[in-house]
Design a protein. Structure first.
Lengths: 294, 293
């Protein structure tokens, strides 16, 4: 094979000697870490099994399952009620109310194209720690737990959009309990490789070992299909605190965490419009997350 | 094989179909048919609908990265290692624990691999302790079952060219192809059959699959709409044109059998192998449905 031939001449995965350090790198004033002269952005550093699975198998199947045939151009949406003509000088600055209330849940799905086959955009994990309101030191356990679970750090790999573990603060004042700006939770956005790594761990180590978990419960068939949550293409569920020990990253040193907290997991897909949640569920179940109907 | 016998008499079927969909009273249609001269009725060829299942076995092994990918991944991993944010060792490992010793040894090895042999300086420890640490880590590796021989990535079916095995070519998509007797000569094609009057296309496809390949497999039909269509040109002018609708199926468990009377053999083949087996016309109809991976 050509791999063997290449290894005899020059290895592709080994590197020569590092150059001698003549001048040490400038250190960042904020973090104290050495700063490279140029902005590095690292890409994928290992093959990703679940991503391959998506491109080899899931994408084709999802395209066949969710395809809706349409002939010609779509007609413009029907005007249910007349609005004021904004060009008429008489009604120029008059309040122009949205027609028939919120149209969010009635937005039709975009036409089926090869580019917009449903795919996983990101996984968001978040946890609220109630005790953090009294003492923000209680957040540390949750921060370390997220760090261990995802390996995400602030601007990890040189990506300015990677925010690492973020602290969620209170937004409004709740009488006697919460003030705006009080830290009370943590969240992480996972994209790309780390997203698929987390998904693989969840599906292979955690869900099979949960005692009374048969799958994500689907809403009854009579539930509305026009709610904002049904058209946003997100599948969400939660894990209790006692499920955390099944993550191998946490299992290794459970004793280090004074108190484990549960977490919410959101699978955010690119599906929008009517029927988006069904598409998202089809995608997520392709990654072996079970669903059951009550 | 009811579906096949139903296909044999296209005229009778067509009349009954027309009956089913007619909007005017049945008497007038039968009258219109009887008024036509017999020759024109013969000339008017009817198309016959058939369904076919493209039964797929998804890859069961991960892909081997190409040489370029290997080099790219190694380079990116090296940059990432050089630029990573600080790692809180003391949180994850108890001071002086065996796990910490192992992690440090492995980490030193990885650093040396990425940045060259002189990058990491050896810790100054007495040789007795170093030897004891090494022995302890080796003991731990033995306990955890490291170093066990992995399954080979080439299955025995690959070495013996066993086309019927579902374990062959683990990195590729495989498709079920049948060798059938058609008009005295044997041809390779996907499992196929006609439809009965009340059947939906996707139901007919599943029935035909079982009629030709037996029911000793667990299959799942992907969606209810066809994924492709192929017009089989008639061999003679008297024969009807046939339109084949393809459906995708996934095999979960079990194995195909040569179950139908006309079926002589079956094989699980990759896209390139299918091209060698089927006729040119048929290949042009199906090649875009099959996966290159």
């Amino acid at each position: 094979m050509s791999t063997a031939a290449a290894s005899t001449t020059r290895s592709l995965v080994r590197f020569g000697r590092a150059p001698r350090v003549i001048k040490h790198l400038r250190k960042s004033r904020r973090t104290g870490l050495p700063q490279p002269h140029v902005n590095f952005v690292t890409r994928e550093f290992a093959p990703c099994r679940l991503e391959d699975h998506y491109h080899n198998t899931l994408r084709d199947n999802l395209m066949y399952m969710t395809y809706k045939h349409e002939v010609g151009v779509r007609p413009p949406p029907r005007q249910i009620r007349l609005t004021f003509d904004p060009n008429d000088p008489y009604t120029k600055n008059r309040y122009n109310p949205p027609v028939g209330g919120s149209q969010l849940g009635k937005k039709p799905a975009p036409p089926c194209m090869p580019e917009n086959v449903v795919r996983l955009e990101k996984i968001q994990i978040h946890a609220m720690v109630k005790e953090a309101v009294a003492n923000k030191g209680n957040l540390l356990g949750a921060i370390m737990m997220m760090r261990a679970l995802t390996g995400e750090t602030y601007q990890g790999g040189g990506h300015h959009a990677v925010e690492g573990i973020q602290i969620v603060r209170g937004k409004k004042s709740v009488g006697g309990w919460l003030r705006p700006g009080v830290p009370l939770g943590v969240k992480v956005d996972l994209r790309g490789q780390s997203m698929y790594d987390f998904l693989g761990t969840l599906v292979e180590f955690v869900l099979p070992r949960l005692r009374d978990f048969n799958g994500l419960v689907l809403p009854p068939q009579s539930s509305s299909v026009n709610t904002p949550s049904a058209v946003s293409g997100v599948v969400s569920f939660g894990l209790p605190a006692n499920a955390m020990v099944f993550f191998p990253q946490i299992e290794v040193n459970v004793d280090a965490y004074p108190k484990l907290t549960g977490m919410h997991i959101h699978f955010v897909t690119n599906a929008t419009g009517q029927g988006a949640q069904d598409k998202a569920r089809a995608l997520v179940s392709g990654f072996q997350i079970p669903f059951i109907r009550r | 094989m009811l579906s096949r016998t139903a296909l044999k008499s296209p005229n009778a079927r067509a009349v009954s179909l027309r009956r089913a969909f007619a909007t005017e009273p049945a008497t007038s249609t039968s009258k219109a048919v009887s008024e036509l001269p017999p020759q024109s009725r013969l000339k008017k060829r009817r198309t016959v609908i058939a369904t076919s299942v493209i039964l797929n076995r998804s890859p069961i092994l991960t892909r081997t990265p190409t040489l370029f990918e290997q080099a790219f991944y190694a380079y990116q991993a090296r940059i990432r290692r050089a630029l990573h944010n600080p790692f809180p060792y003391d949180f994850y490992f108890k001071q002086g624990s065996l796990l910490e010793t192992r992690f440090n040894m492995e980490e030193r090895k990885r650093e040396r691999q990425a940045f060259g042999p002189n990058f990491v300086s050896e810790d100054v420890v007495d040789p007795e302790k170093a030897a004891a640490d090494k022995a302890a880590v080796e003991q731990l590796a033995l306990q955890e079952g490291e170093g066990e021989e992995l399954m080979p990535r080439k299955h025995a079916a690959d070495l013996s060219d066993d086309f019927k095995s579902l374990d062959r070519r683990g990195k590729r998509n495989l498709y079920l192809l049948l060798q059938v007797e058609e008009d005295g000569n044997s041809v390779w094609r996907f499992p196929e059959g006609g439809i009965e009057q009340d059947d939906f296309l996707h139901q007919a496809a599943q029935k035909d699959l079982h009629a030709e390949c037996g029911s000793h497999m667990d299959t799942w039909m992907v969606g209810r709409s066809p994924i492709g269509v192929y017009k089989r040109s008639p061999k003679s002018t008297a024969e009807a044109e046939q339109i084949v609708f393809f459906f995708k199926g996934q095999i979960m468990a079990g194995q195909a059998q040569t179950y139908g009377e006309l079926v002589k053999d079956f094989a699980w083949l990759t896209k390139e192998e299918i091209e060698k087996h089927v006729e040119k016309d048929y290949w042009d109809g199906v090649k875009d449905i099959l996966s290159d991976h």
